[in-house]
Design a protein around this ligand. Structure first.
Ligand code: XIL
Length: 389
């Protein structure tokens, strides 16, 4: 896709010169006066998904299946703005197999059906993880269990195969293994690693591929965005898997960013993995910042500077994906700030998503929209309806 790369480069150059300062100036006003809500009625009128389609990219969202069923404003945004959906929780082990051997697919099935109706692809998340395991299997930290290694291997194989088989042919990308490494690059001491050693990863990919040969199989983790020991450990793992002929297709960069840290060298890191012959994706993007902690302020950025920095980070993360040819999808981790996991897990940080607590689009939405519009060739720019005088 040389065209996409050329246009995306254009987007980076243009936005470096024009977009970020312009949006930053408008944003505090927009935030205060609710102008962000008007953004989707702008001249182009295109949704994120329509723009992304033109550059062969899936822009996706993590979906709360309860809210999808209950809130028409929420489900309207999901259907209109996104070409891909991921269940935020509904495919995790604790939810699909609350009792050993008894599966409950209801919530996940409903999401897959809704995706089909909306012509969206589905990212499956996640088959093997240390977290959100059912109580019968492990303690809440996912580090202790009463099962023997032999039993655990059987349990893992049965689960991976049952879940991958259930959704066979309906999942575009599966996060087969999630978060296997610590930040220092050592293996996380999950029940899986302790009992089975690093070989559990290769096993899981093989089982998943047997059960669903159509899905692209991913290793997914956070902080891979930065050069460092964790990213290096994942890189070596992937190379090793490839050398052994294990069916791995992609690497997911969760991209949970915070403005208290510098922006990662995301483009370079994604390209490094892509150069191994893999797809890459940003799988759980959110950009948190310092906020108040009092009731009602958890999603109010501490200052205009915090807000501007968030906008710049959203823009740079999208541009990183647009600039890496193998970056096939960009998924944001939720719709509105009211339902984001961030304030609960990172006290004092929030406002991490593209829509506010009332589900009005924030300036962050406008930034992403504009980057995609530029990448798509800013189609109205020279046209009759382009608004140029
Ligand atoms: C989070 C969900 O957003 C929360 O609703 C849930 O309580 C905990 O998990 N990395 C992942 C995601 O891979 O599955 C996590 O999602 C966020 C961190």
């Amino acid at each position: 896709m040389p065209a996409r790369r050329f246009l995306a480069l254009g987007a980076l150059g243009l936005s470096a010169l024009l977009v970020v300062p312009a949006v930053a100036t408008a944003s505090s006003e927009a935030a205060q006066q609710g102008h962000g809500a008007d953004r989707r009625h702008d001249a182009s009128g295109d949704s994120l998904r329509e723009l992304a389609d033109r550059v062969d990219l899936h822009v996706g969202v993590a979906v709360n299946t309860d809210q999808l069923a209950a809130d028409p404003v929420y489900s309207g945004i999901v259907a209109r703005e996104f070409g891909s959906v991921t269940p935020e929780n509904a495919m995790k082990w604790a939810l699909v197999e609350p009792t050993r051997g008894t599966y409950d697919w209801a919530a996940a099935d409903a999401l897959v059906a809704s995706a089909r109706a909306n012509r969206q692809v589905v990212r499956g998340h996640t088959l093997v993880w240390h977290s959100q395991l059912p109580e019968w299997l492990a303690d809440p930290s996912g580090s202790t269990t009463t099962f023997t290694p032999e039993e655990l291997r059987t349990i893992l194989r049965d689960h991976v195969k049952a879940e991958a088989r259930h959704f066979r042919g309906r999942i575009r990308q599966w996060d087969v293994v999630n978060e296997a490494f610590n930040d220092d690059g050592t293996w996380r001491q999950s029940i899986w690693y302790q009992a089975l050693g690093p070989g559990y990863v290769a096993d899981a990919f093989r089982w998943a591929h047997e059960a669903d040969p159509f899905a692209k199989l991913y290793y997914n983790d956070y902080n891979l965005e930065y050069t460092g020991p964790k990213s290096e450990a994942a890189y070596q793992l992937v190379k090793q898997l490839q050398a052994e002929g294990v069916p791995i297709d992609g690497v997911g960069f969760q991209t949970h960013l915070s403005t208290q840290y510098g922006f990662p060298n995301l483009r370079e890191t994604m390209q490094r993995f892509a150069d191994l012959g893999l797809e890459v994706a940003q799988t759980e993007v959110d950009v948190r910042t310092a906020t108040g902690v009092a009731e009602g302020t958890q999603n109010v950025p501490a200052s205009a500077l915090h807000q501007y920095t968030q906008e710049a980070y959203w823009s740079q993360s999208m541009q990183a994906c647009l600039l890496v040819r193998e970056c096939v999808s960009y998924t944001v981790w939720g719709v509105g700030d009211a339902n984001s996991w961030i304030p609960g897990v990172f006290p004092g940080e929030g406002a991490a998503l593209l829509w506010d607590e009332a589900l009005a689009p924030k300036p962050q939405y406008a930034v992403l929209h504009q980057d995609l519009e530029l990448a798509a060739g800013a189609p109205d720019r020279r046209g009759a309806g382009g608004g140029r005088h």
